[in-house]
Design a protein around this ligand. Structure first.
Ligand SMILES: *[C@@H]1O[C@H](CO)[C@@H](O)[C@H](O)[C@H]1NC(C)=O
Length: 998
């Protein structure tokens, strides 16, 4: 206390020399693994050229600013910096500053700006921060501060920026923040606040430019008082539980540019008063419960982006939206909007993405929709649009996706549209288009899917179609096309689906079809093809759908057809003769050959079948049975069709209903993820769902875990009760995982990028770990090649991750399912803890945790006490971790036939006892590490002590591991190698729990 006045006197006599020495001591107090501070040389007379250091020269040269952001510095906050008398700006953003922020921070009394964002600070916000008399900007974003916002914060005198985004603050947003009238920016988003209202007092902060309260657990209504924030530019209240109407008084926010209210439960209509907001450029009110029309008044606003999807909006798109000069993205899918599209749409703005699917729009596509030449996606599926495609689209070289299916379009397709160089999907299904496929199609070099089914197209397939090397699907079923197939068609090596059914094509199939090596589906039914079926059809090895029915094919069925694995084979109603190949004369194909009078085989209804020549009455009976079966089949088909379309609809609806909760800045969209969820990409499956690997267009790879929530009906005898329980269990698992992972940032814990939810399905998007799980790695053949150094690093990494969960999270987190499959390995063989499927935040209130009705944990990893207490705590995680250590050292699974009756823990103990340590350690490990390995093994055994009290804390485990790994010769000598499995006093529990008590 007496020091303070002294310190205040010192600045005048303070020299640069002293500043060099202070900074040097700061350097020594920090871990600097990447030598970011290498230029900080204590021999220098001035620090002013050191990296990150800035000085001014008046009155005397002195350090005024330190920017050490992004430098990989670790360790506690270097309070020594506060001795720099003129330090006005300090940034340690994005480092690994840990432990708590000391309350002596108030000795940094020259500070104007303090940026400690993206670090690992924990504990309470120091109440002394508001003592800093000059502070204008305080950024503590992205730390683990917990508790409440101190009442002293009301006393900030000059603070303009307060950002506490993404911490663990868990009380409510206090009204006294309204005392900081100098505030221009208040960012409190993404904190687990307790449910609370927006304090109406915030309306007093009339200097506020930005009010950012995303995902703050806000309830109640939006207070009218916010309308007094006339300088506000950005208002973001998204992802809360706000109810009631959007206050019409928000029309008073005269400077507002951006309003985001998505994901709340707001009701009523969009207030007409928003039309007064002349600077408004972005309005996102998606995913609320709004009703009514889009107000005409909004049309006069120069909106850039209007996001209204997933509301119960009805009515028309306002004309002025179309003329908005900056509009580049308009997504209105899945609403109940109707009326004509504004004729000016695209004329005045560089429109790029337009998705109006699944509404009730009618009338024509606006002629100038691609006037600016930037339109990439034109999606208007399932509306009642009519008329032709505007000629202008034929010159729209930016187009990539065109989906006009299920409308009432008619007329010819503009010639240019066929040959657009970037289009990869052209879908015109179920309209009334006519005319021919233009020869210009040869220029559509990117075209992968050409889907024209159920229109009135005429003419033949143009020769030029053969130059589309990327063509994967050609579907022109249900048109009026005719003529011969061009020879060039045979060169389409990528073709997977060729559907020409229900046209008037003629001619013979050439042997060239043998080059369709990727063909899955060939449907030529209902045409006038003739000649024989080429033998080469047998070489289409992936073909599983073949329908040549209702044509004029003749000759014999090629024997080569027997080699195919066909799910669907239909050759009926042709002029085939000869014998059905023996292996095709199966029950499964019994309807495949009917209506070929000259065809014989051992199948009912064909010549030569066993029943032939017997009583005619019997044949007649059979025939009626067939007819009956046919009727049932058709009825089934119709039923299936309706089911299928409603299923597809449901799917489409599902897609549009995603709720996204993100914990990091994302470089991708949920739709991109959804489109890539393909069974081919499955990389694993766990109890709670499948895991997919998704490579995004931006080059990044992510892992997506898909959880089903159980509304999908399962067949089988499960009672509904069980189903219900299981689904609510999964819900819980999901919530737990998201809650927990989303808040955590640690180098040894898998990052959760975001989660997307719908009613039926939940997705968790994680960072992708190229080396998979430890379990898979260590037990694969590759496992033996993992050297000791690598294995040790994996153990240490995982221990640090768990230690973080147990000791640095407030409240602590028990993983509940620690096992080698839940430890993932990154590209550098670093390990990260994953899958908090059953993690629960431990209740610190002292109440006994609820006992779980379901077993938590995995076989072989479950601590023995669980059998009688059915409770899990940190000590059970430590047991499981011990098993993982043993698993890594022995390279044996925790439960395996080779271990006999014993589990791995018992096996290790008894083998140690009877045969010695050599028989326990994986023989693939280099014997020169034997001593170190034995020590790690001992830690594993200590962790798996039968009595929980004897297990060391995870923090202690990390310490012990570090001491062994840290080339600590002294401790190496102190520990004798023990062959009998007993532990040296060095690791005894008394020693281990001292020092771990924080
Ligand atoms: C803080 O980081 C330093 C340096 O990495 C480390 O030695 C120390 O254990 C960490 N402290 C805590 C509480 O995690």
């Amino acid at each position: 206390m007496y020091l303070l006045p002294l310190l205040l006197l010192i600045p005048t006599v303070f020299s640069l020399n002293q500043e060099v020495s202070i900074l040097h001591q700061v350097k020594l107090s920090l871990d600097d693994p990447t030598s970011s501070l290498s230029t900080w040389n204590p021999q220098d007379t001035s620090p002013c050229n050191w990296s990150g250091v800035s000085c001014n020269n008046t009155p005397l040269p002195s350090v005024t600013s330190l920017d050490l952001s992004n430098s990989n510095l670790a360790g506690p906050f270097p309070s020594l910096l506060c001795r720099l008398p003129n330090l006005s700006s300090l940034s340690l953003s994005n480092n690994f500053i840990n432990s708590t922020l000391p309350s002596t921070i108030n000795t940094c009394n020259s500070l104007l700006t303090l940026d400690l964002s993206q670090n690992l600070l924990t504990g309470p916000l120091p109440h002394t921060l508001s003592d800093l008399p000059l502070l204008t900007s305080l950024d503590l974003t992205g730390n683990n501060f917990s508790g409440d916002i101190p009442a002293s914060f009301a006393n900030f005198q000059k603070l303009e920026i307060l950002s506490l985004v993404s911490n663990l603050l868990d009380k409510t947003i206090p009204p006294f923040l309204s005392n900081i009238t100098s505030l221009k920016m208040l960012n409190l988003s993404y904190n687990p606040f307790s449910p609370g209202r927006i304090p109406p007092e915030l309306g007093n902060l009339t200097n506020l430019r930005v009010l950012w309260l995303t995902q703050c657990n806000l309830i109640g209504e939006i207070p009218d008082s916010l309308s007094r924030l006339t300088r506000l530019v950005d208002l973001d209240l998204a992802l809360n539980n706000l109810v009631g109407p959007i206050p019409s008084s928000l029309g008073g926010l005269t400077n507002i540019v951006q309003i985001e209210l998505y994901n709340n439960s707001l009701t009523g209509s969009i207030p007409v008063e928003l039309g007064k907001l002349k600077s408004l450029r972005l309005l996102d009110v998606s995913m609320n419960k709004l009703t009514g029309y889009i107000p005409e008044e909004l049309c006069s606003v120069p909106l850039e982006s209007l996001n209204l999807y997933e509301n119960d909006l009805e009515g028309e798109v306002p004309k002025s939206i179309a003329s908005s000069p900056n509009l580049y993205e308009l997504r209105l899918f899945g609403n109940r909007l109707s009326g004509a599209l504004p004729r000016d749409l695209g004329l005045n703005s560089p429109l790029r993405w337009l998705d109006l699917s699944e509404n009730g729009f009618s009338g024509e596509l606006p002629p100038g929709i691609c006037e600016r030449g930037e339109l990439e996606e034109l999606l208007v599926i399932q509306n009642s649009l009519s008329g032709g495609i505007p000629e202008g689209l034929g010159d729209c070289r930016s187009l990539t996706r065109v989906r006009l299916a299920y409308n009432r379009f008619s007329g010819r397709v503009p010639v240019g549209l066929w040959g657009l160089p970037r289009v990869y999907l052209l879908e015109l299904v179920n309209n009334s288009f006519s005319g021919e496929i233009g020869r210009s199609v040869g220029g559509a070099l990117n075209l992968s899917l050409l889907i024209l089914s159920n229109n009135e197209f005429t003419g033949g397939l143009p020769e030029e179609i053969g130059s589309l090397n990327n063509l994967n699907q050609l579907s022109v079923g249900g048109n009026k096309m005719s003529g011969l197939l061009p020879d060039s068609l045979m060169s389409l090596g990528e073709l997977g689906i060729l559907d020409l059914h229900g046209n008037r094509f003629t001619g013979e199939l050439s042997p060239g079809i043998g080059s369709w090596k990727k063909l899955n589906e060939l449907n030529l039914a209902g045409n006038r093809f003739s000649g024989s079926i080429p033998v080469e059809i047998g070489s289409l090895t992936v073909l599983n759908y073949l329908d040549l029915s209702d044509n004029l094919f003749s000759g014999e069925i090629p024997v080569s057809l027997q080699g195919l694995k066909l799910n669907q084979l239909n050759l009926s109603n042709n002029r085939l003769t000869g014998d059905v190949p023996v292996s095709l004369a199966k029950e499964m194909y019994k309807n495949s050959f009917l209506g070929n009078p000259g065809l014989c085989g051992d199948i009912e209804g064909l010549c030569g079948s066993k029943d032939d020549g017997k009583s005619r009455g019997y044949v007649w009976l059979l025939r009626s049975i067939f007819v009956l079966a046919g009727v049932v089949f058709v009825a089934g088909l119709v039923w299936f069709y309706f089911k299928y379309t409603s299923f597809k609809k449901a799917r489409a609806m599902e897609r549009s209903k995603w709720t996204v909760m993100s914990f990091h800045k994302l470089g991708f969209s949920e739709s991109e993820i959804l489109e890539s969820l393909d069974e081919d990409n499955v990389i694993g499956a766990g109890a709670s769902g499948k895991v997919y690997k998704v490579v995004l267009t931006n080059g990044e790879t992510v892992a997506v875990k898909r959880l089903w929530t159980g509304t999908v009906k399962e067949t089988g005898g499960d009672s509904d009760l069980e189903k219900g329980e299981r689904s609510s269990l999964k819900d819980e698992a999901f919530e737990a995982e998201v809650e927990t992972l989303g808040k955590i940032r640690h180098k040894n814990i898998v990052k959760l990028w975001c989660c997307c939810t719908t009613r039926d399905c939940k997705l968790l998007v994680y960072e992708y770990m190229p080396n998979g799980s430890l379990g898979d790695l260590i037990h694969s053949t590759k496992g033996g090649t993992l050297g000791w150094e690598t294995r040790f690093k994996i153990i240490l990494d995982a221990a640090e991750g768990l230690s973080y969960l147990h000791h640095d999270c407030v409240p602590p987190i028990v993983h509940r399912d620690v096992k080698s499959n839940n430890i993932l390995i990154d590209g550098d063989y670093g390990a990260r803890v994953a899958d908090f499927g059953v993690a629960k935040v431990v209740d610190l209130s002292g109440k006994a945790p609820k006992s779980m009705s379901v077993i938590a944990g995995s076989c072989g990893y479950i601590a023995p006490e669980y059998a009688y207490t059915l409770r899990v705590n940190e000590k059970s995680d430590i047991y499981s971790f011990g098993v993982v250590i043993l698993e890594i050292v022995t390279r044996k699974r925790p439960v395996a036939p080779e271990l006999g009756e014993k589990d791995l823990v018992k096996w290790v103990c008894s083998t140690l006892d009877q045969k010695g340590v050599e028989h326990v350690i994986d023989p693939k490990l280099d014997s020169c590490y034997k001593e170190e390995i034995s020590k790690i093994l001992n830690i594993g055994l200590l962790c798996t002590s039968p009595l929980p009290i004897n297990r060391p804390s995870m923090r202690r485990v990390v310490k012990m591991l570090q001491e062994i790994g840290g080339v600590d010769e002294e401790s190496r000598d102190k520990t004798r190698e023990d062959k009998d499995g007993k532990l040296t006093p060095y690791y005894s529990e008394e020693a281990s729990d001292q020092g771990s008590v924080a």
